[in-house]
Design a protein around this ligand. Structure first.
Ligand SMILES: Cc1cc2nc3c(=O)[nH]c(=O)nc-3n(C[C@H](O)[C@H](O)[C@H](O)COP(=O)(O)O)c2cc1C
Length: 514
């Protein structure tokens, strides 16, 4: 069982050591920052098992200036990053996550970050002649509009009214010299912060951490509840406060163990075109458009810095597994928090970017229960952005098993009465169906694939033998079923819970197509 070292819970170097000991690290030497790092990482995420990749001796760069990708693309590494036992299997992991997001939220107040005066991030401080391409910033995809330095980024902002510190993963592209674009979609917390700063002060202070323990990728990339700092939330996940250093120019807290941090300002009058970029939905969707330019005044970096890459592409990609698992747990907890009874499981499939399709399994208790669950899943804070379909199924359906889900849709939903359409939902420029990035709406379908509650007792019985009898048969005739146990796991007792099992890909699945 691997655990993070208790002293440096957020030190990427400790994380890399632990992953190496687990046998899940590959060092790649000699790759070109131009396309090769991106293509190797993309291919790596389509193959199982999926090691973390540490690129060193990158073309045109000194040895030691490294790029790390695929960090959270395996169950054991995700468990390690969350400070959980790496021995848990898929089912135990997803079961263990239920209730955790609500717990982390409640505990957040107990874990404010610890202010320290020293940390490895201060090893090098640059103030003049800044060139952000001193780091081996990849061109990830052939059609990208530039070199994206911020993919696994953690952008730190504050609310000028309340002081609330937010950490968000927002993409950044180098623009030459000390400038980088910063693309934050409308409605995201970082955007709310900078709009307030602009209205009050005409500029907004920004820190961008570009290399760090992947915990910051998780924290920055998930919809942590409004008003709660990801620093506190991360402290609650680890059960220990995160050490931070107050950055001099902006006054914002930066992770003491960060690899690279940029400090500077964005102003309303300074914008530039950025993109396109291969995005999490699997397209180059966001047409190049003007976004704020981060004018970097200071760069902090460790010796031999490591840039954390989280390149997106058609799923599965760098963090699609992480998002799928954690988003499912967060939506489950949001439903529980909203008072929805008997939620049996939630799954946000990787193929739909862990957002666009949400499947909720419930044990129906009353008329309207299933629609209530569907609408809340679609509109709760963690589910609202970029969702398109919510499918609600009964408790006998495993939400992570698309064959079962489609069977329920085909046999239990009547298109004329069981598909509700909601218009003008919260979408964004990476939605391939959005043509005008200034007005990024989408519509939603809530597909109620539960048996009609008003005649549920008369609904035709499922044509499968009694599960208890099938189990007996399986035990009596092991030779017939040997080696096909996975299929037989679908034999279950009525009322069995499906707690977001993560499906093991079958051989060949997720592999690259010829
Ligand atoms: C690697 C990665 C890159 C992301 N890039 C962007 C981006 O460029 N712009 C954006 O608005 N959201 C992006 N997201 C999604 C946001 O990080 C996510 O919605 C998060 O909840 C934002 O933080 P907030 O809820 O505090 O605003 C990205 C997520 C990840 C994991």
């Amino acid at each position: 069982m691997q655990k993070k070292s208790p002293s440096h819970l957020t030190d990427l170097r400790d994380w890399i050591r632990a992953v190496d000991e687990m046998g899940e690290l590959r060092v790649v030497e000699g790759a070109d920052w131009k396309l090769e790092i991106g293509a190797i990482s993309e291919l790596n995420c389509r193959l199982k098992p999926t090691p973390a990749l540490l690129f060193d001796k990158i073309k045109d760069y000194p040895a030691g200036y490294r790029v790390l990708t695929s960090t959270t693309a395996s169950r054991r590494r995700l468990l390690l990053t969350l400070g959980m036992s790496t021995d848990l299997d898929d089912r135990a992991f997803t079961a263990a996550l239920l209730g955790k997001p609500n717990h982390w939220e409640q505990q957040s107040v107990q874990f404010p970050p610890t202010l320290v005066s020293e940390g490895p991030v201060l090893e090098n401080v640059l103030e003049s002649n800044i060139d952000l391409e001193l780091f081996p910033v990849p061109i990830w995809h052939a059609e990208d509009g530039g070199r994206f330095i911020g993919t696994g980024s953690a952008v730190i902002t504050s609310d000028p009214e309340t002081g609330w510190i937010n950490v968000g993963a927002y993409r950044m592209m180098t623009l030459g010299g000390s400038n980088a674009s910063l693309a934050i979609t409308k409605g995201k917390h970082g955007r709310q912060h900078y709009e307030k700063w602009w209205a009050r002060e005409g500029r907004c202070p920004i820190l961008a951490s570009l290399g760090h323990d992947p915990l910051f990728l998780i924290l920055g990339g998930l919809e942590v509840p409004t008003g709660i700092s990801e620093y506190n939330y991360g402290g609650a996940i680890l059960g220990a406060p995160i050490p931070v250093i107050r950055e001099e120019i902006t006054g914002l807290p930066m992770p003491a163990f960060a690899e690279i941090v940029l400090a500077g300002w964005i102003r309303p009058e300074h914008e530039a075109k950025e993109g396109p970029f291969g995005e999490a939905t699997g397209y180059f969707s966001a047409t190049p458009g003007p976004v704020p330019v981060l004018e970097v005044e200071r760069v902090y970096h460790r010796n031999d810095p490591i840039l954390l890459g989280a390149p997106t592409a058609k799923p599965p990609h760098d963090f699609s597994y992480m998002r799928s698992v954690l988003k499912s747990a967060m939506i489950y907890d949001a439903l529980v928090k909203a008072g929805i009874p008997d939620v049996r499981g939630v799954w946000a499939p990787e193929s739909a970017a862990g957002r666009m399709i949400i499947i909720v399994s419930i044990k129906q208790r009353y008329c309207g229960h299933s629609r209530q669950a569907g609408y809340i899943a679609s509109q709760c804070q963690t589910g609202a952005y970029l969702n398109r379909y919510v499918i609600v199924v009964d408790e006998d359906i495993d939400p992570a098993n698309m064959d079962e889900v489609m069977w329920a849709v085909a046999t239990r939903s009547d298109p004329a009465t069981d598909i509700d359409i909601m218009r003008k939902g919260w979408s964004g420029p990476i939605d391939p169906l959005v043509r005008d990035r200034r007005n990024a709406y989408n519509s939603r379908a809530i597909i109620d694939a539960c048996r009609p509650f008003e005649w549920i007792d008369e609904f035709p019985r499922v044509a499968e033998a009694d599960p208890a009898y099938l189990r007996q048969i399986q035990a009596k005739w092991p030779a017939i079923f040997d080696g096909r146990g996975a299929n037989l796991s679908s034999i279950r007792e009525e009322g069995d819970k499906f707690e977001q099992p993560h499906q093991q890909p079958s051989p060949g699945k997720n592999s690259i197509m010829e």
